[in-house]
Design a protein around this ligand. Structure first.
Ligand SMILES: Cc1cc2nc3c(=O)[nH]c(=O)nc-3n(C[C@H](O)[C@H](O)[C@H](O)COP(=O)(O)OP(=O)(O)OC[C@H]3O[C@@H](n4cnc5c(N)ncnc54)[C@H](O)[C@@H]3O)c2cc1C
Length: 447
């Protein structure tokens, strides 16, 4: 088969990209390095925006039929004794599904689509180039595969991104421990965020009667599996309400523990002549806001749209790069800000946490606005700054007139320091995004 597009990586991003491009009439070959599928823990919770995109590719129904479950929004608690704040989705339903099952289902579904092939045990080692242009790839067995476009979707540790000389700023943030437990969540089919431990705990349903707990652990956690288990039992279990706490303890005692690093990766460029980065290869954020899969779907739809509008030429790739960063930068900023506030142990971060809850509990409008930002429905930087300012206002009231522990003056100056630091970060990153956008426009070679 003559190939128009080679997709490197048969993970979530690569497979859905293949489906979307095939829909637009491209002949697509997916090259997946593993014999089976990546066994390391990966994302399982997809926001409604991502589910709607999957529906558009006729991939949502097979995922639900395979055992995926509806998720209806989020719920958050400041500690195990605080009231639950519910933040329902207002733009449809989300999906929770075991990651290997999701990949297997997508693979089976796509195998039936004409013009699309998936080859496993095909590790891509290098690019084929013609002048400055990528014209294909070489796999570990020495085979050459040529196409008009190479889509690089080889995940966050992308080796191919480095081979292209595309810079990535990598920040190691923390570790994650993922546990599978049986039962139902206290507020039903919602993603739950439990605070009050040294890092946030995210829990969500990933199958009927099954819950995944994704526990964020700081980098200075005690060394050794036994010490980490003891640390989780002492410092995290009390933040989780019963009966989930008992299930968490049982799972920790009975199962081997895997520590996964969490990173924030930001790229400066995601397109060059003949090649684009997609999914985590193009960058990723902390998993707290469950953004990776929904962001990947945005990459996929953006690429398919520009392909439909401009074909596979460099104009299309330039357009993909611009539109992708317009979406991704906002998501990175929001996730960064929320994670820093939720993991912070200083009085400023604690006051902001209290302000977030007071704000959410103040009105339905505030809950919807925050949820729209969290789930990627609202991408306007102005809205993000407005919401942040409102939270800051509640936090200030909390510190000055509430029953926040410690000295008012010290707490208020810590709050100011943390908030202004965050706002400065947002302002700098937003300005940089705009400047980078114009710089890329100026420097990208013309087709
Ligand atoms: C702990 C954790 C929890 C997360 N939770 C969520 C969540 O709840 N919701 C959410 O939306 N996101 C979540 N994410 C993020 C989500 O997992 C990723 O965004 C998503 O998996 C990215 O998909 P991908 O296809 O880009 O990369 P990957 O899933 O990493 O897939 C890359 C594929 O490329 C293959 N590959 C690599 N190198 C080569 C090569 N040289 N040649 C051929 N093939 C190659 C690999 O074998 C793999 O199959 C989480 C991430 C982490 C770390």
């Amino acid at each position: 088969m003559q190939t128009d597009v080679i997709v490197v990586g048969g993970g979530f991003a690569g497979l859905t990209a293949a489906a979307a491009l095939q829909r637009k009439g491209a002949r697509v070959e997916v090259l997946e390095g593993s014999a089976t599928w990546a066994q390391q823990f990966r994302g399982e919770l997809i926001h409604p925006r991502g589910v709607r995109a999957l529906q558009g590719l006729d991939l949502a129904a097979p995922l639900f039929a395979a055992g995926g479950v509806e998720v209806h929004g989020f719920a958050a608690t400041a500690s195990s004794t605080s009231a639950v704040t519910r933040l329902p989705y207002t733009h449809g339903v989300g999906l929770g599904i075991d990651h290997p099952l999701m990949i297997d289902t997508l693979r089976r579904e796509l195998a039936t689509r004409p013009g699309l092939t998936i080859t496993t045990s095909a590790r891509v080692e290098d690019f084929l180039r013609d002048g400055g242009r990528v014209v294909g790839v070489r796999t570990a067995d020495g085979h050459e595969h040529r196409a008009s476009l190479v889509v690089v979707a080889d995940g966050r540790a992308s080796r191919l991104r480095n081979l292209l000389g595309m810079q990535a700023h990598v920040r190691l943030l923390s570790y994650t421990v993922a546990l599978g437990v049986e039962g139902e969540l206290p507020s039903g089919r919602l993603g739950h965020v439990f605070l009050g431990a040294p890092g946030p705990v995210l829990a969500y349903p990933y199958a009927a009667g099954k819950i995944r707990m994704v526990i964020d652990v700081p980098l200075d956690v005690p060394k050794g599996r036994a010490a980490i288990k003891a640390f989780l039992l002492t410092h995290y279990a009390p933040a989780v309400p019963e009966p989930l706490r008992a299930a968490m303890k049982q799972s920790l005692e009975q199962n081997p523990l895997e520590l996964i690093s969490t990173q924030a990766i930001a790229t400066e460029a995601c397109a060059a002549p003949g090649v684009v980065l997609l999914g985590d290869a193009g960058g990723c954020a902390h998993p707290l806001t469950a953004s990776g899969l929904t962001n990947a779907m945005n990459d996929v739809l953006t690429l398919a749209d520009v392909f439909g509008e401009h074909g596979l030429g460099d104009d299309a790739l330039r357009s993909y790069q611009r539109r992708r960063y317009d979406f991704v930068r906002m998501r990175e900023l929001f996730t960064d800000a929320l994670y820093e506030v939720f993991r912070g142990q200083d009085p400023g971060s604690r006051a902001l946490q209290a302000g977030v809850f007071t704000y959410w509990n103040s009105s339905e409008r505030s809950r919807i606005a925050s949820m729209d930002l969290l789930s990627g429905e609202d991408l306007r930087p102005g809205h993000f700054v407005t919401e942040y300012t409102r939270v800051f206002g509640r936090s200030a009231i909390h510190v000055l007139w509430g029953r926040h522990p410690g000295s008012r003056r010290k707490n208020f100056s810590s709050l100011l320091k943390t908030s202004l630091g965050r706002l400065e970060h947002v302002a700098t990153r937003t300005t940089k995004t705009v400047v980078d956008r114009y710089r890329r426009e100026l420097h990208q070679p013309r087709a």
